[in-house]
Design a protein. Structure first.
Length: 500
């Protein structure tokens, strides 16, 4: 496991003050001095967080402003329907794990525990709700699968504490800054860091205030014919499904999820990440819209599937398994949901997921409550069967423990889990990387939220790599399964501007 710290603010030139980020120099310097005193006392670096109230702005506007700051990688996490957003830039700390033996969640949890014990937080306003430093990140679907160059910037496990974090929740917006203060810091350095931080705030103020507001909406209306290519021919993928069905009929396992990979190329240059996110949020407001930048690559998507969230001891998750297309008319839509989603195959597949989630949460939660019956979750071009599940975490348990137990759910892996994973490694013929893995955020106290990275794409310049999978059982029809994966790909293709 690797942990990388940054103890300096990014130096930036002074500019005209605009969108106010109110912080007095004396207040900030005093905070850094207190952090330095604590660092000397404990002989350990102190994570220092300053939280400032700001005027609410569109999260995508902040995301674009962060690009102009040129502070490195950016992060975007939004639930449009509930008006919650987190946007980060820069890396004050990165915690990564290349472990392939199943300890990556444990390694990162231990690093977070150390971080929690050496953290100093402050806010310029008592009106802001309390919060703790949080880290963005994700985990590969299967760390034991030999990685390829496609996912070289996305290790098996990675969490990053941004230097700057914009947060919008419950109608309030805030900006947080994170910096590590070392035990050997000298007074002059604290003065310099104070100057650099205030200059950063001042430049960000100006950028946000002067960004055009209509540009993304106009760009989102532009479409182009993307050149699309399947990495595996349809006949080859269908033969892989055929083999899996035969294995299941012989009793080798009960279910497996097989994915396929499609490449899309933009004829006019690189994909625009902000425009892609704008289209996703407009078309799929009931999903988790996310983007993680690593170098010049972006992993982006809009997933309907929460893996787990935890806050104040309350845990929320869901079973999401079974898919069907949307109908053209309301009557056809209802008929499809009743005939397909409530049919024997999908109901059987769905209850696989419900029962395994119940078993996974048994040791973590003192109480688990499962909805009496599944409901239909309707998205723009697809609908799913969903069962909400709640739990009460036992004392000392954290969200990353829940992630480690729940991932991969049968909805993205199979049953039994280890047998299905072994078969996927051997026969799927693609590198999922972070696709279908857990992505999200966690704070130093162990609260957070992770989703399953479905309906996603990896963007690298003018090339996008898309993934879509489907649950296969012994009664499956290989060609029908291939068709069903095709219902899922348009989510990302349209969001990338494909005119088809």
């Amino acid at each position: 496991m690797e942990t990388v710290f940054s103890d300096r603010a990014t130096p930036l030139s002074d500019t005209t003050h605009a969108w106010p980020i109110a912080c007095e120099r004396g207040f900030l310097l005093n905070l850094l001095q207190r952090a330095a005193a604590r660092a000397r006392q404990h002989k350990h670096s102190i994570l220092t967080m300053l939280k400032i109230p700001v005027k609410p702005r569109d999260a995508l506007q902040i995301f674009r402003a962060f690009q102009i700051l040129e502070m490195g990688e950016r992060f975007f996490w939004e639930k449009p329907a509930s008006q919650q957003a987190l946007v980060g830039v820069g890396s004050a700390l990165s915690i990564s794990s290349d472990d392939t033996s199943g300890k990556r969640f444990q390694e990162i949890t231990e690093a977070l525990c150390v971080l929690r014990d050496f953290t100093l937080t402050e806010t310029t306003s008592s009106s802001l709700p309390a919060s703790r430093p949080l880290l963005f990140g994700g985990f590969a679907f299967d760390p034991q699968r030999q990685g390829t160059a496609l996912w070289q910037d996305f290790p098996p496990g990675l969490l990053i504490l941004p230097q700057l974090l914009y947060r919008f929740e419950d109608g309030q917006a805030s900006l947080s800054f994170h910096i590590f203060i070392q035990p050997d810091v000298i007074p002059n350095e604290l003065e310099l860091q104070t100057t650099e931080i205030l200059a950063l705030f001042q430049r960000l103020s100006y950028i946000v205030e002067h960004l055009p507001t209509q540009q993304l909406e106009e760009l989102s209306l532009q479409t182009v014919r993307l050149r699309k290519q399947e990495v595996l021919p349809a006949s080859r993928w269908i033969s892989i499904v055929d083999r899996a069905i035969e294995q299941m009929r012989q009793g080798a396992y009960q279910k497996i999820v097989l994915a396929r990979q499609v490449e899309a190329h933009h004829p006019d240059g690189p994909f625009d990440i902000e425009t892609t996110l704008y289209r996703l949020r407009q078309s799929y407001p009931d999903t988790f819209v996310f983007a993680f930048q690593r170098g010049k690559r972006y992993f982006v998507g809009a997933t309907p599937e929460r893996l787990v969230s935890a806050r104040g001891g309350k845990l929320l998750t869901m079973a999401l398994a079974g898919s069907a297309p949307r109908g053209i008319t309301p009557e056809e839509d209802e008929l499809i949901s009743q005939e397909q989603l409530y049919g024997a195959k999908i109901r059987h597949e769905h209850y696989f997921v419900v029962e395994l989630i119940r078993d996974a949460l048994h040791e973590l939660c003192s109480q688990v409550t499962i909805a009496e019956a599944p409901r239909v979750r309707k998205l723009k071009n697809i609908q799913h069967l969903e069962t909400p599940i709640e739990g009460t975490l036992r004392s000392g348990r954290t969200i990353l423990e829940a992630v480690s137990r729940l991932h991969p759910t049968p909805a993205v892996g199979g049953v039994p889990r280890e047998v299905a994973l072994s078969e996927i490694r051997a026969h799927e013929e693609l590198d999922r990387g972070w696709y279908a893995g857990p992505v999200g955020w966690v704070d130093v106290d162990g609260d957070g939220e992770f989703a399953v990275a479905l309906r996603s794409a990896l963007l690298a310049g003018s090339k996008a790599t898309l993934f879509a999978g489907n649950g296969i059982v012994a009664s499956s029809d290989p060609e029908a399964e291939y068709t069903e994966t095709g219902w899922k790909l348009p989510v990302m293709l349209r969001s990338l501007g494909d005119e088809e």
